[in-house]
Design a protein around this ligand. Sequence first.
Ligand code: NAD
Length: 275
Amino acid sequence: MSYLDQFFGLSGKVAVITGGGGVLAYEIGSGLSQAGVKIVFLDINEEAAQAAATRINEKGGDAIGLKTNVLDLDALKVTRDEVLAKYGKVDILLNAAGGNMPGATISPEQTVFDLNISDLDKVTSLNFNGTVLPSMVFGEVMAKQQSGNIINFSSMAAMQSITRVLGYSTAKAAVSNFTAWMAMEMAMKFGGTVRVNAIAPGFFIGNQNRALLTNPDGSYTDRGNKVINKTPMGRFGEARELVGAIMFLASDSAASFVTGIVLPIDGGFSTFSGV
Ligand code: NAD
């Protein structure tokens, strides 16, 4: 075992990743798998979760894909029991399920007064409740084990206003706030054995934003160029660039005294006024 393997101590850990059929979840799962972590991909889209697991297993990893709904407490409990029956523990929870919805954004022709409240509720619920509910179900397992850690997915949208993106931004701000609150709760009530942190990715091309940021020929849209101009590194992130931060936060040795933080991974977006 190399010094780094020993230092991060991730080999043999079990990670549950919600939204496991998504773009970022797969890359993170793939990176963790190479560090010896067993991966459980959970997604409302069962096929996508299983496809991600198959890709990891084909590369020699140990992964499964299960269907669950992060907004359904009963479904999550059934899933928790399945995971415990197979692996006997949960060391890491990544709350990656989330995303935006067209109805919860303000189109260029609209103002805030045209906001669709039903779509606002849906996007708020997916990103916020969809983080809280799995944290309750799998966090309870960790509290009983007296070990484990949770990593939430906030966003740059939580920190600064981004035109059009209302519901998603406020929900991600709530995810950041919940990260701090849950970190305090777990540390104070369970002897500091369960840590809770978050990452705040900047702009990564994914299924949900590809058409907004890039043209069919691969060039950037006007909005894509605006993002690049506000990113000192002058490019979008690559999904694999999240892996190192996740490994650090997930490691109970490397990050043993780190809890309640929201770590930006954004090419400097959050540091730059744009001027
Ligand atoms: P993605 O759309 O590729 O994946 C999201 C997954 O969540 C999908 O597979 C979807 O089926 C699943 N999902 C949706 N509703 C669900 C439910 N109720 N229960 C279970 N699963 C459900 O998204 P991504 O781009 O990989 O993003 C992953 C996370 O990172 C999200 O929380 C997103 O908000 C956040 N994020 C992404 C970016 C980016 O640039 N891509 C930036 C900042 C934050």
